[in-house]
Write a protein that binds this ligand. Structure first.
Ligand code: 1HN
Length: 352
């Protein structure tokens, strides 16, 4: 590949004159913005152990009342993007949120899409678009773009959950904003039970519900049962994984980020091919060794990690007798919509 001309090769007065007119020569920067064969990624493989986060989050509960925080969150920031950017990857934001007994995080809505993955504690709830969703460990609760949501806690011990948002993308697109509201009236209706059995959905005899997001809560008990059934039905299947979908359309549960649950059989080692989206793993039950070409670490229960795109991953269940279960979030719906989704089973470019 030919070396392209550098900025230093140009007369300083010429460069200064260009700049004065808000003009920039492309060729000195062309390889930077369009590198050969593989994108430059700022996202670094990063591991956030829960044992580190939990005491610091409980301390935040002592230091900052909910009224002074609105959302009491420690952000899982990827150092590759600089901590100030508060992003886990190019499109994903991660945060651990604490709600103490009796607290209320007031109703608001915003343009970024969010989900909650419940990590620990009993008795909290999130009301989304008038539907009161109980929060239990491993449950996935959607708060898609534009829907009102608020969190409350009727239990006796702290509740902690993982927030995943497409905030970095929305912010970059200059479409990120919020509106404050008042306490929502709770409307009867349980989308989580109405769509609880795969293959059958409520019949719209009197017309469709009109809801773009008919299912807001995906109970862990159901996703876990689906994984166990899949593993026993398909003994030869390597990737025992399910995707959280909109049960009326079969499409991804949200527009931009993808959400999945993954099971590793006892002792299983799973090789995942390099794919274009960055991916987040959160250990719901059990533990695993996470390895890329460059790095390895142990993911303990409730730990979270982020792996950049275009990276092959080997996940190994270090227990010989119990399965391990993971929540997986990635940027695949976004990449597919943009037409840049790519799998590299042989680590070679396969431009779509
Ligand atoms: C948000 O609305 C929540 O509703 C949590 O719990 C984290 C991070 C950035 C922007 C909005 C919530 C958030 C957030």
């Amino acid at each position: 590949m030919t070396d392209l001309g550098r900025l230093e090769d140009l007369p300083a007065d010429y460069v200064a004159e260009l700049r004065a007119h808000n003009l920039v020569p492309l060729w000195p920067s062309l390889r930077g913005v369009l590198p050969p064969k593989i994108p430059t990624r700022q996202t670094q493989a990063t591991h956030w152990p829960y044992q580190t986060i939990k005491p610091l989050l409980l301390r935040a509960g002592e230091l900052t009342p909910i009224e002074k925080a609105e959302r009491r969150v420690l952000v899982l920031a990827n150092p590759g993007h600089t901590l100030e950017k508060m992003q886990a990857s190019a499109a994903m934001y991660l945060g651990m949120q604490l709600l103490l007994p009796g607290e209320w995080a007031p109703s608001h809505r915003h343009t970024p899409n969010a989900v909650r993955m419940v990590v620990e504690g009993e008795g909290a709830w999130t009301t989304v678009d008038g539907e009161k969703c109980p929060m239990q460990r491993g449950d996935l609760i959607l708060t898609p773009t534009g829907l009102w949501h608020e969190h409350g806690h009727d239990g006796t011990d702290p509740v902690i959950w993982l927030d995943v948002l497409d905030l970095p993308l929305a912010y970059h697109l200059e479409v990120s904003y919020h509106l404050n509201g008042s306490r929502q009236d709770v409307i009867p209706g349980r989308g989580d039970r109405a769509y609880a059995r795969g293959g059958v959905v409520p019949t719209p005899v009197f017309g469709r519900s009109g809801k773009r997001y008919p299912m807001l809560r995906y109970p862990w008990a159901d996703a876990r049962a689906a994984l166990i059934a899949l593993a026993s039905d398909r003994p030869e299947l390597d990737a025992v994984q399910v995707t959280y979908v909109n049960p009326e359309t079969g499409e991804d549960a949200e527009n931009i980020l993808g959400f999945h649950a993954l099971m590793l059989r006892p002792g299983q080692s799973l090789k995942l091919p390099a794919r274009s989206p960055a991916v987040v793993f959160h250990a719901i039950e059990g533990r695993a060794r996470m390895a890329t070409d460059a790095q390895a670490f142990d993911l303990a229960e409730a730990d979270t990690c982020c792996i950049p795109g275009y990276t092959a991953i080997t996940l190994t269940n270090t227990s010989a007798d119990t399965p391990a279960f993971f929540f997986v979030a990635d940027e695949s719906p976004l990449h597919r919509k943009l037409g840049v989704y790519e799998v590299r089973p042989d680590n070679q470019p396969h431009m779509p």
